[in-house]
Design a protein around this ligand. Structure first.
Ligand SMILES: *[C@@H]1O[C@H](CO)[C@@H](O)[C@H](O)[C@H]1NC(C)=O
Ligand SMILES: *[C@@H]1O[C@H](CO)[C@@H](O)[C@H](O)[C@H]1NC(C)=O
Ligand SMILES: *[C@@H]1O[C@H](CO)[C@@H](O)[C@H](O)[C@H]1NC(C)=O
Ligand SMILES: *[C@@H]1O[C@H](CO)[C@@H](O)[C@H](O)[C@H]1NC(C)=O
Length: 608
């Protein structure tokens, strides 16, 4: 019930306050910071619903597996997180860790454009939205590996390979659960997209065989890069199916030949490759046929959403349009201070080219090799927006067809069902032996960006949320997968008595009464909260006066024109398999010019 959650916030705060009072002269406790030290009472420009304020925690967690052996001058790896607590209670508490891809792309993408509770409002601030996954699930957005987003370490300490990435995340989790022990028994999920299709199976596999007691109940991957062997050849298949390349053209023949050449690279591989340099140029090469000049400006297809065009050579890197304002917002010192992120020396960029180029993913087998063992233990949801090119659904379907898990190859005899949300065709849904595949119509690479209600419905279904137990908010949005119809909550005054619409279930009536009851307790809770927050602020002020001092003069002078800078960084943005990073390691070179690649092809495409 909401009451207990509010009270818990109060207790944590009060407890850590007591701890502080008890040992006033000691330096900050060495390893595990208090939960209260991460509390974000105020986020600049966030216009909150005062009756249901968001409960936000953010900051750095030491996540360095080599911390013990490090020299005292080393900058240890600190991962950054933002946790937004569930706004409402459904049938049980749930926790999700969210990861964007890249490698090197920040989970602020997920927080501020996809599954999070707010968006930039176009006036320098943030507006809260409905339909974020935090409605019933506490979501922790993690910037990892170190160097990504607001996380940091010294550049000579950036991770190489998926195993090191996993070791770092495991360190993060160990400390996270020490800071927030109340989540140790809460059903936990991992979610993310794109290159997180590599991270997530690695993380799940490590968690499931670790000493961590967290109950990992499932993982969800959107337009994931999981299996190059099946996903590279899908570029041409997709292009033909969606009218981007004409099968009778010379360009098709050339593309086919390049695809074949790419596939020969897989034959000699000793470990299953995550990516192959020779194959990386395919994406741009195939889409070349759609490049054109509009008013003197060369345009190309947006590789994340084939319905859109972008300027050459960005081809999607300048998308979504929110990015520019998000960068300006995260460049503000008051924002960084409020998020407890001041220890990060550089300003936020969406994707770090350096993190991407240090990731030597040839060191570890592609995550597709881990999927079967993960599927033996927990459910996996693979979802895909059908307008994405870079990690398109045809590649994901082809991977599923050739994957053997839980005793059989492919989905088997199960039926693909149609899926409607809010009276519209949302996509298709199919489940077999712990693997669920959901295809979302009219959605890009960043599915929740285009289809927030649909993806919310999807994740609630995947997590087995008891729809009978939820009231208002998304409870009012009807949906169905095949004949599995979500019961819809309606206020009695919404519905004429004679209506044929489904009425309230007994659970919904109970939940509604609980809500009324809780409203009665709200005054008392707020009073307690106000006192506790007041004490916490006081306590933090004493420990770190700098953090909360707000100098309006200073804030006025923060340059909001970070765009030039940002453009420079964007060139090495990992998400879109960015342009060749001048400072990047040679391992990301696309290969020889004899391959016939033009300089346009000397782009490094990574996957957000
Ligand atoms: C970004 O902010 C500017 C004003 O600061 C606004 O005019 C513009 O519409 C915003 N862009 C988006 C995509 O919200
Ligand atoms: C599927 O996942 C469950 C846990 O949710 C596990 O107990 C089961 O063994 C897995 N395997 C199959 C074939 O369903
Ligand atoms: C979404 O996609 C479906 C099937 O691809 C199509 O029939 C429908 O018109 C599309 N809807 C919108 C709003 O674009
Ligand atoms: C849904 O939740 C209610 C309690 O709120 C419970 O009585 C009911 O059995 C649950 N349904 C399922 C399928 O678990």
């Amino acid at each position: 019930m909401p009451t207990r959650r509010y009270l818990r916030g109060t207790l944590i705060c009060a407890t850590s306050l007591l701890a502080f009072v008890n040992q006033p002269v000691k330096a900050a406790p060495t390893e595990v910071p208090s939960a209260a030290s991460f509390y974000v009472p105020y986020l600049p420009g966030l216009h909150q619903d005062t009756t249901h304020p968001l409960h936000i925690y953010a900051g750095h967690i030491l996540s360095d597996p080599d911390a013990d052996s490090a020299a005292s001058t080393d900058v240890l790896a600190h991962l950054f997180f933002v946790m937004v607590k569930a706004r409402k209670f459904a049938d049980k508490e749930r926790l999700m860790f969210w990861f964007n891809g890249g490698p090197g792309c920040s989970s602020f993408d997920g927080l501020m454009m996809e599954v999070g509770p707010w968006r930039i409002d176009g006036e320098g601030g943030l507006r809260t939205i409905d339909g974020g996954w935090d409605e019933y699930t506490t979501v922790v957005y993690v910037d990892q590996p170190a160097g990504t987003g607001l996380s940091y370490t010294s550049t000579n300490h950036y991770v190489h390979g998926l195993q090191q990435t996993t070791d770092q995340l495991m360190e993060f989790l160990r400390t996270f659960y020490k800071v927030f022990p109340e989540y140790e028994t809460v059903d936990t999920y991992l979610g993310g997209e794109s290159y997180a299709g590599q991270y997530i199976p690695y993380f799940a596999d490590a968690i499931l065989s670790s000493e961590l007691r967290m109950p990992l109940r499932g993982v969800a991957i959107g337009n994931g890069w999981i299996d190059g062997r099946n996903q590279y050849p899908a570029y041409l298949d997709y292009a033909v199916t969606h009218g981007l390349v004409d099968e009778s053209s010379q360009h098709y023949k050339d593309s086919k030949e390049k695809t074949n050449r790419c596939m020969t690279e897989f034959r000699g591989a000793t470990i299953e490759p995550v990516h192959i340099d020779q194959c990386e140029g395919l994406l741009q090469f195939i889409l070349k046929s759609k490049s054109r000049i509009v008013d003197g400006q060369p345009k190309c297809v947006n590789i994340y959403d084939i319905r859109l065009e972008d300027d050459e050579p960005y081809c999607g890197m300048q998308w979504p349009p929110d990015l520019k304002n998000i960068s300006s917002y995260l460049a503000r010192k008051d924002v960084i201070r409020a998020l407890h992120a001041e220890a990060k020396p550089e300003s936020w960029v969406e994707c770090s080219g350096r993190v991407s180029s240090e990731m030597r993913d040839y060191l570890s087998p592609s995550s597709v090799t881990l999927l079967p063992s993960v599927l033996e233990k927990i459910p996996v949801l693979l979802f895909a927006g059908d307008q994405d090119f870079i990690c398109n659904y045809m590649g994901i379907e082809s991977m599923i067809k050739s994957l053997t898990w839980n005793g059989e190859k492919g989905l088997g005899k199960v039926q693909t069902k149609s899926w409607t949300v809010n009276g519209m065709q949302a996509g298709t849904w199919v489940s077999s032996r712990n693997l669920t595949y959901a295809k979302i119509f009219n959605a890009s690479h960043m599915v929740p960006y285009d289809a927030p209600d649909i993806t919310h419905d999807m994740i609630l279904r995947f997590m087995g949320t008891n729809f009978s137990a939820i009231v208002d908010g998304s409870a009012r949005i009807p949906s169905a997968v095949g004949d599995d119809i979500k019961p819809i909550f309606m206020d009695s005054d919404d519905v004429p008595l004679s209506s044929s619409l489904p009425g309230k279930t007994p659970e919904q009536t109970k939940a509604q009464w609980d809500a009324y009851y809780n409203a009665g307790s709200v005054v008392l809770i707020f009073l307690l909260l106000a006192i506790a927050i007041g004490l916490c602020i006081w306590c933090r002020l004493r420990r770190r006066p700098v953090r909360l001092s707000r100098d309006p003069q200073l804030e006025e002078n923060i340059p909001l024109n970070g765009y030039d800078d940002e453009q420079a960084h964007r060139k090495r943005k990992g998400k879109e398999r960015a342009l060749e990073d001048e400072s990047g390691a040679a391992i990301f070179d696309v290969g020889e010019d004899e391959e016939g690649y033009t300089s346009d092809d000397v782009r490094k495409e990574r996957i957000d």
